[in-house]
Design a protein around this ligand. Structure first.
Ligand SMILES: Cc1cc2nc3c(=O)[nH]c(=O)nc-3n(C[C@H](O)[C@H](O)[C@H](O)COP(=O)(O)OP(=O)(O)OC[C@H]3O[C@@H](n4cnc5c(N)ncnc54)[C@H](O)[C@@H]3O)c2cc1C
Length: 585
């Protein structure tokens, strides 16, 4: 197995800084939200560190987190936290649907083979088999919960998407994710054993005092920066992907790789982060939220042109606009770079207006709201990062390298997606692995974790407005440089250039984080930088092109598919405990 060992010096500042940061979390009590006030000094913010205990802390309110919470809540007290509201997630944006082997002539073997082809055979076969074999019961569970999957003639309508050899996608029209999230969120909100904290950010994971490799919960902040320490017997990370490390992303702004960074920081391995799937056509709309233009538009005759009208896809592939997703994305990216343009045009205006309005009512309406009548004018489009195939190394029960810490959904890497994800397999993985994680947790003996504690030695101050502006600029700079140097087409020189720049930004951010009270924007920047660093390391260590990783310096594919696994050599876990300052509150 290919293994990349992170150099020690790179992880040390983060470890030290987290050790200092840890000092802020003063105490806890077994009573819910006991208020403990820490007065720093009169120029500094009064920091309140309320503390409480739950059986399970679920970090993330997308499909993975919601599935885990609902499967645990019958017998456990669950706290579910999310950075935005319960509805804002990549899960809510899923349009196509969820794959499942539902009826003959489909079979598990066919679904497995399609998944392996899409994943360029880098997939973990046992994990893939487990997830596929559980697909039917996963959708049955969603149906029992009340998800109104679209029916035709009294039976569930199954669509077929690119890469699937059979019809196996259950959907709710073209708004599957929203329907699933709406259904589950309503049940979460009225469940007597589930407490929901919206607009709260997990800042870092807490370690148990009695076990250097066990998780004891997490430190949270709310929108005002007030801190809460949550102690939990088990913690489930369900924080989604890292799409926002790139300038263009289809995922929501909360997708900043937080779970990947938090888990890495306490000693979890991560894998396959070089495999970031890009969707070829996202509307270019710098004034606001971009949105995805489905591939069906090209299927129905949409043509890709440069702003001067030249149709460029025939120059790249005989199938032109109908070439596979990664070829189209690479072609658009190459043209944008060659001509220094922010977008190309997807032209549909040669089709009859009534046809466009009938077939693509949602796209027609969304574009019109953004000032473009697609019956007359082309849509400016750019590729955008769409799915993080890699993540925190887990098994199919969501178990990580740290005891009592689970990771599920897009933040995790079970090996199911290999080097590229098959459409509609990610919602499936969210449900199956979260259910399995919940089952695993329910089997474990009850524990009462006591969190490792380091006494505070120096006070922290609030961020200044100037520093907040600098954070926003640094975020933009990182996303731009990842897009330019680590985007759809890579080479070793650009990866090295990215690595150098990320290191500089990381040093500045680490210093700032060590001095100031946490705020979500700063936490996100820190996590984006950590994840970006890990993506670059994974990409640098792969000496081939495979799946959605394309390196101009080695365009070939090696005969043996090998995952990339990064192991933190100096996880904070060790630094905290070697400090000899640990105390139980
Ligand atoms: C536009 C679009 C269309 C898609 N279409 C499909 C499709 O048709 N079929 C399919 O299978 N897949 C699809 N996908 C992929 C799929 O939606 C995602 O992979 C999946 O929903 C991820 O679910 P999740 O629960 O892991 O993460 P998410 O749904 O992204 O949820 C993450 C949650 O974690 C919270 N969070 C993040 N960081 C923190 C933190 N530090 N503290 C607290 N909370 C935090 C967020 O607020 C959010 O609640 C699509 C993705 C996109 C973007």
């Amino acid at each position: 197995m290919q293994q990349y060992i992170a150099p020690q010096f790179e992880d040390k500042p983060l470890a030290l800084e987290l050790q200092k940061r840890n000092q802020m979390t003063m105490s806890f009590d077994r009573m819910p939200f006991l208020q403990l006030n820490l007065i720093l000094n009169k120029n500094m913010k009064q920091s309140t560190v309320p503390s409480s205990r739950f059986d399970v802390l679920v970090i993330g309110g997308g499909l993975a987190g919601q599935t885990a919470a609902l499967n645990l809540a019958e017998t456990k007290s669950v706290l579910l936290v999310c950075k935005k509201d319960l509805i804002t997630s990549a899960s809510s944006r899923a349009q196509g649907g969820i794959s499942a082997v539902f009826m003959e002539p489909d079979s598990h073997e066919k679904h497995l083979e399609d998944t392996l082809i899409a994943g360029d055979r880098l997939n973990d076969i046992e994990a893939s088999r487990f997830i596929i074999e559980n697909s039917r019961q996963a959708v049955d569970w969603l149906i029992e919960r009340g998800v109104p999957f679209t029916k035709k003639d009294g039976t569930y309508h199954l669509t077929r998407e690119g890469g699937h050899s059979e019809r196996r996608i259950l959907h709710v029209d073209d708004l599957t994710g929203k329907a699933v999230q709406d259904t589950l969120s309503a049940q979460i909100q009225r469940h007597p054993h589930i407490t929901v904290l919206e607009h709260h950010t997990a800042v870092e994971l807490l370690l148990a005092e009695d076990d250097a490799r066990a998780c004891a919960g997490a430190l949270l902040i709310d929108r005002e920066g007030s801190q809460k320490e949550i102690l939990a017997d088990f913690t489930v990370l369900a924080t989604g992907g890292a799409g926002q490390i790139f300038l263009h992303a289809t995922a929501p702004c909360a997708s900043t790789g937080d779970g990947i960074a938090l888990a890495w920081n306490i000693g979890c391995r991560v894998a396959n982060l070089e495999f970031l799937q890009f969707h070829p056509t996202c509307m270019y709309y710098p004034q606001g939220e971009p949105f995805l233009i489905t591939e069906a538009v090209r299927g129905e005759g949409g043509l890709l042109r440069l702003p001067n009208g030249h149709r460029f896809m025939p120059d790249y592939d005989p199938r032109a606009e109908l070439a596979p997703r990664d070829i189209v994305a690479r072609a658009i990216y190459t043209e944008m770079k060659k001509h220094g343009i922010p977008a190309v045009h997807l032209d549909f205006s040669h089709r009859p207006p009534a046809f466009i309005r009938d077939h693509f009512p949602n796209i027609y309406r969304q574009c019109l709201e953004r000032g473009i009548d697609i019956t007359r004018a082309p849509i400016p489009v750019t590729p955008a990062s769409h799915y993080t195939c890699g993540g925190v190394v887990t098994d199919v029960h969501g178990r990580t390298d740290i005891a009592r810490l689970y990771c599920v959904g897009e933040a995790a890497c079970t090996g199911f997606h290999g080097a590229n994800r098959l459409a509609s397999n990610s919602l499936l993985e969210c449900v199956v692995v979260s259910q399995a994680a919940a089952k695993d947790i329910l089997k474990q003996p009850h524990t009462t974790p006591v969190r490792a504690h380091v006494p505070q030695t120096h006070p922290l101050r609030c961020l200044t407005q100037q520093e907040r502006n600098a954070i926003a600029l640094a975020k933009g700079e990182l996303r731009r440089l990842m897009w330019d140097y680590v985007g759809i087409v890579r080479d070793f020189a650009s990866l090295e250039a990215a690595s150098r720049r990320i290191r500089l930004l990381d040093e500045e951010t680490t210093q700032l984080y060590a001095r100031t009270l946490p705020e979500t924007e700063l936490i996100e920047l820190r996590n984006l930088l950590t994840t970006a660093k890990l993506v670059v390391r994974c990409a640098q260590s792969r000496q081939e092109s495979r799946g959605c990783h394309f390196n101009l310096d080695c365009p070939h594919t090696n005969p043996d598919p090998v995952p990339t696994i990064l192991t933190p050599t100096q996880p904070c876990v060790e630094t905290r405990h070697s400090s000899q300052e640990l105390q139980c509150c």
